[in-house]
Design a protein around this ligand. Structure first.
Ligand SMILES: [Zn+2]
Length: 137
């Protein structure tokens, strides 16, 4: 059985290595779908949606209306500090693929019940592009 819940947030970023428009400062209305696969418990639930939200919402709240910046992007970090603007400093370039892995790892290391056998995260950078990965326990 699989259950899923969708989350969304607004976030700025840039990809300094990119040869096209993505090297510029810009943002997206991100969306992610978190899917949990497992056997339903004795109450008939893979996991309570309320508990799913309790785990994911704080992770998303940290990203919402912030700027995700790679630790190597010193100029942007300096600018964000000067502006006293929200930032999330990460050890990777903020591609959809890397944001997907970031979220998947955060979810994996939270309090997921034993009956959940797989977690899948799909990150939509735009309405028609996504990156997806899955951890199977
Ligand atoms: Zn972008």
């Amino acid at each position: 059985m699989k259950i899923a819940k969708e989350f969304s947030w607004e976030m700025g970023h840039r990809l300094p290595f990119h040869n096209g428009k993505c090297k510029h400062l810009h943002g997206h209305s991100y969306k992610c779908m978190v899917e949990l696969t497992g056997d339903p418990d004795s109450n008939g639930m893979v996991m309570d949606y309320f508990d799913v939200k309790k785990i994911i919402a704080p992770i998303i709240d940290e990203l919402d209306h912030s700027f995700m910046v790679s630790r190597n992007d010193k100029e942007v970090i300096e600018m964000l500090d000067k502006l006293n603007s929200r930032k999330v400093v990460v050890d990777f370039e903020s591609t959809a693929e890397n944001i997907c892995l970031y979220l998947l790892n955060k979810v994996k290391s939270s309090n997921i019940p034993d009956n959940v056998k797989a977690i899948k995260v799909r990150v939509f950078e735009t309405e028609n592009t996504y990156a997806e990965d899955e951890i199977i326990f």
